[in-house]
Every structure is written in C-alpha cells, then in structure tokens.
Ligand binder design. Structure first.
Ligand code: SF4
Ligand code: SF4
Length: 366
C-alpha cells in the first residue's frame, strides 16, 4: 500500500475505534472499571487480576480478550453480558459434597485467561465479546432467576469466572444477602488479593488441577502450575468447600508417578478429605489427535489415589465407574448416584447414618 494511503487507512481505523469505544462508554452498565490494576506511565496499565499480569497500552485488550485499556483505565468488557445461563444439577459442576440433589443456576460470559488446547467450552471461552450477541442482565436479575427456578445456589462456571470478576463479585454479594449459596468452578488462575476478596462470598469451589507438572501446564494450557496450587491452598484457608478435578489425558498428564505426586500433595496440603474427581478426556478443540482416556488408566488413577489414602475419589465423564460416596470409617455407601441423579442419601446432619462419622462437605438437613 502507498505510504500516504496507509497513513489515511490507519487514521480512519483509529477514528472508528475511538467511536466504538466512546459509544460503549455511554453504556455505564456494561463498561465497568476493573477492580485490580495499576496505572503505569504513558497511559499504560497493568492488570493485576490474574498471573498473566498483562501490560496494556491505550486501546489494547488483555490475553483473556475481555479487559481493555481505555485512556489509561482498565475496563471489563463483559460486565452484565452472560453468554450462557442454565439450570444444572449441582453434581454436573462436579460437586459431590455440596448440597447433593439440588439445582444450581449456572452462568458464564465469553473469555478465558488460559488457552487449553483440550477446552470443552472453547466456542465461548476463546471468543471475544463482539463475536457473540448478548443482552444486558443485571446482577439483581440473576438473583431473581435463581429464585424463580428454585435453585439453591449460583455457579460461576463454563468459561473462567476470574475474567468476569466484577460481575461475579456483585452477583455473589447479592446472593449472600439473599441467603443463596455460591459456587466457583475455576481453573484457579487468579491472583491472591482478588481471590481473598471473592472468597468471602463463595461457599464452594471445584478447582481444576489439570496436571501435576509445569511442563504440562505450559505445553497444554499456556499457564503455569504454581499459581493454581497457590489458589487451591488459599481457597482452603478461606474455608471454601473444595473439590478438585483432574482431566486425565492420554500421554500428556497420565503418568502414574505424576498422579501419585499430585495425590500426595493434596493429602499433605489439604488433607485426605478433599474430594478428587478424575475426569475422562474426549478429543476436542485443538487436541483431536488423542484417543479418549482408556478406562484402565482412570481405574489406575483411582487406585493410586486410594493407596495414598484419599477418602473421596470419583471418576467422571464415563457413567457408573466410581460415582458413589462411601463412608471412610465404616465403608458403607452413603450417597448413591446414577449419573447426575441422587438415588439415596444416608446422612444425618452431615454424618454417616450408619456409624456417625463426620463427612466432608455441606449437606441439607433431613
Ligand atoms: S485477567 Fe485478562 S487482562 Fe488481566 S492479567 Fe489476566 S489475562 Fe491479562
Ligand atoms: S481454563 Fe477452562 S475454559 Fe479456559 S481454556 Fe482451559 S479448559 Fe477452557
């Protein structure tokens, strides 16, 4: 392109972008200033929400695709813009020790701060706000919907909720004021300060521990392992009810030694009562060249976790392989599941009905 034409084109583009940003600015409801960022020189900002710590010049958008520097201030581009709202069984999160048999209103916006090449929700996690049309849904409206659908809780899920932090926090605060429960389903890629603030309003979390090596995280997710381990420990310290999910991918994170080290870490840092879900991988997104996880691999992982004395171990995404809960003291079946359905519960005020053993989690009164 001729130099003059090129300059004209760039000027026109800047003009159009300015109009787009300023028209967005008029909608105070959806363009929300971010809570965690640092102003730098020359209108640069650094986002302090997640370990990526993106440094953005004016107009730039962070790695998650939903936080933008506009004139030296950082804004969330997805406040009040859910792309998915569904009513799910709580078992689908998966949470097996948190109000079993209840319904949860689940929501997400577009965006994610990781790029896992096996992502099952990549059509929304890897999209940009302008690629999917959404309606504004106020935090108050989410509470109303939760009650209308007789849900006990609200889950921030499907994509990575960290990236719609401000929206999530407002909904969670309202939920607690209305005595509703709150659930976080997360990859754990969030910095300590925002996590501790959020934790005051979150009751339960399912946190992905996608593998137990830095190499796996860097190759398959674009993230790092250590920040996820930090998040899990902080969530436990803040007294969230935690369950952990490990998606087992053939020849990627299925080395039995790695699985054993992960189980040892869970036992040592969190205790043997933390439920662990091994989940079956199916080819997806950019990881089409691997077969589904063999059932034998999942059974081995289960056996390793039991050998390491973890009390509550499950296998997900496969049907009835290991989906029931057994009392760690007397060994009797205390929660009988069939997929996401609860068939029977033998608990009394959170204790085994047969021997009185306290069971980790939060359960409804009979
Ligand atoms: S939340 Fe988004 S903008 Fe902020 S550091 Fe993480 S990826 Fe970057
Ligand atoms: S963290 Fe979850 S939502 Fe984000 S890319 Fe990975 S699997 Fe997908």
């Amino acid at each position: 392109m001729h130099f003059f034409m090129k300059k004209l084109f760039i000027l026109a583009l800047i003009f159009l972008l300015t109009i787009a940003v300023s028209s967005d600015k008029k909608d105070n409801r959806t363009l929300k200033e971010a809570q965690y960022y640092t102003k730098l020189k020359k209108n640069y900002v650094r986002c302090d929400l997640c370990p990526n710590r993106c440094v953005l010049k004016n107009g730039e958008i962070g790695d998650c695709g939903v936080r933008q520097n506009v004139d030296g201030k950082l804004y969330s581009l997805v406040y009040g813009k859910p792309v998915a709202i569904h009513v799910d069984p709580i078992e689908k999160k998966p949470l097996y020790h948190f109000l079993p048999g209840t319904k949860v209103l689940s929501l997400a916006t577009v965006g994610c701060n990781l790029r896992c090449n096996f992502c099952q929700n990549w059509t929304i996690s890897q999209s940009r706000p302008e690629e999917i049309e959404t309606e504004y849904v106020a935090a108050e409206e989410i509470i109303k919907l939760t009650k209308e659908h007789n849900c006990e809780s609200i889950a921030f899920t499907y994509t990575e909720p960290t990236i719609f932090y401000e929206y999530m926090l407002d909904i969670a605060k309202l939920a607690k004021a209305e005595s509703l429960q709150t659930v976080l389903v997360t990859c754990g890629y969030i910095n300590e300060k925002p996590l501790r603030k959020l934790a005051k309003y979150i009751d339960a979390a399912n946190i992905d521990l996608k593998g137990y090596s830095e190499d796996f995280y860097q190759t398959y997710t674009t993230g790092n392992l250590q920040p996820v381990l930090n998040t899990i420990k902080i969530a436990a310290e803040e007294e969230m009810m935690i369950e952990i999910t490990n998606l087992v991918i053939p020849e990627a994170n299925d080395d039995p030694r790695q699985i054993r080290t992960m189980c040892k870490w869970i036992k040592q840092e969190l205790g043997k009562d933390i439920p662990l879900h091994f989940s079956r991988f199916f080819p997806n997104y950019r990881l089409q060249n691997k077969p589904p996880t063999p059932l034998e691999t999942l059974r081995n992982a289960y056996e390793i976790a039991k050998e390491e004395s973890l009390n509550y171990v499950y296998i997900g995404n496969v049907g009835a392989l290991a989906e029931d809960t057994f009392c760690p003291n007397c060994g009797k079946k205390i929660i009988d599941r069939s997929g996401f359905q609860i068939e029977e519960i033998h608990l009394n005020e959170g204790c085994c009905e047969f021997c009185g053993q306290k069971i980790y989690g939060k359960f409804q009164e009979k």
